[in-house]
Design a protein around this ligand. Sequence first.
Ligand code: NAX
Length: 328
Amino acid sequence: MKPAVKVTITGAAGHIGYALAFRVASGDMFGQDQPVILRLLEIPQAISSLNGVGMELEDCAFPLLHDIVLTDDPSIGFRGTDYAILIGAKPRSKGMERKDLITENAKIFSNQGKSINDHASPDVRVLVVGNPANTNALIAAANAPNLKLSQFTAMTRLDHNRALGQLANKTNSLVSDITRMTIWGNHSMTQYPHIDNCQINGKPVFDLVNQDWAIDHFIPRIQRRGAEIIEARGLSSAASAADAVVDHVHDWALGTRDDDWVSMAVHSDGSYGIDEGVVFSFPVKCKNGEYEIVQGLEPDDFSIARLKASEKELLEERKIIEDLLPNR
Ligand code: NAX
């Protein structure tokens, strides 16, 4: 049997963490021949609740789950870990300014970046989910000088999957018929869900839908989908967010299909003219645990304006937390 993969989940007693831990333990993330060890990290106030999650995991008797570590100490939570999934974050409280939310979370993610640097496996892969996810990933990476920037990513896979779902509904096709969906930019209202390169059963998307539908209905629906869920459920997305984490890490670790790509927020390397100082969602292909930004797409002027708007927002976020970014 293969050696167990160690997976750290922060905020594991929260809504997304609770939905995710069982999916990882059941083998959905790495496959049915890959044992896992879960290292679940919480804050001291949530330890009792985390103990309950640990008991339920035990009670599932998952054959692939070889050990569970429950802790409020980051040095233990990240010890030797292969995958660090950073979900725990400070929620926006009543009256809190966006700037304050960014600053409060910046402290959490700079400390976690340092701890990952010092305690995790040198080959660790990090996925940031806690918002503002792109900028939190930037901060965590900047505080982990021994690791490569490419070991840190943020999640736009939920937006990607939402986009696949809406396009499948509209075209009366299956999500598995659709390839080459792209989410560009920030995981925020400025994200740009982009269907121009999509194919449905190998045929151009515009054989089945037109630009007006994309601009007037599809793009705003995806941008506002999180709010739509909150309105309906009274709670934010949890199971679908956990599912997107499973997909993101699965594809990063095990690779994407040859004829397709996925959306991941990664450190910009200047592709498509995006500033190298931000973590930006691009179309990527993955192989052997590495990702590569898809090159050669030709976004039109409308699309370029959307990319630039999201880049501008990310540069503004960066400015707010600049003092937490050591030079690297
Ligand atoms: P919850 O409030 O249910 O859970 C968060 C958990 O994190 C809590 O149990 C809390 O005790 C813990 N926590 C807080 N600070 C911590 C720290 N320093 N170390 C360890 N644990 C810590 O929130 P939930 O609904 O699970 O959402 C978590 C985060 O995901 C939020 O920031 C949310 O905005 C973000 N999301 C990001 C998405 C994405 O696509 N990137 C989509 C879903 C979600 O909105």
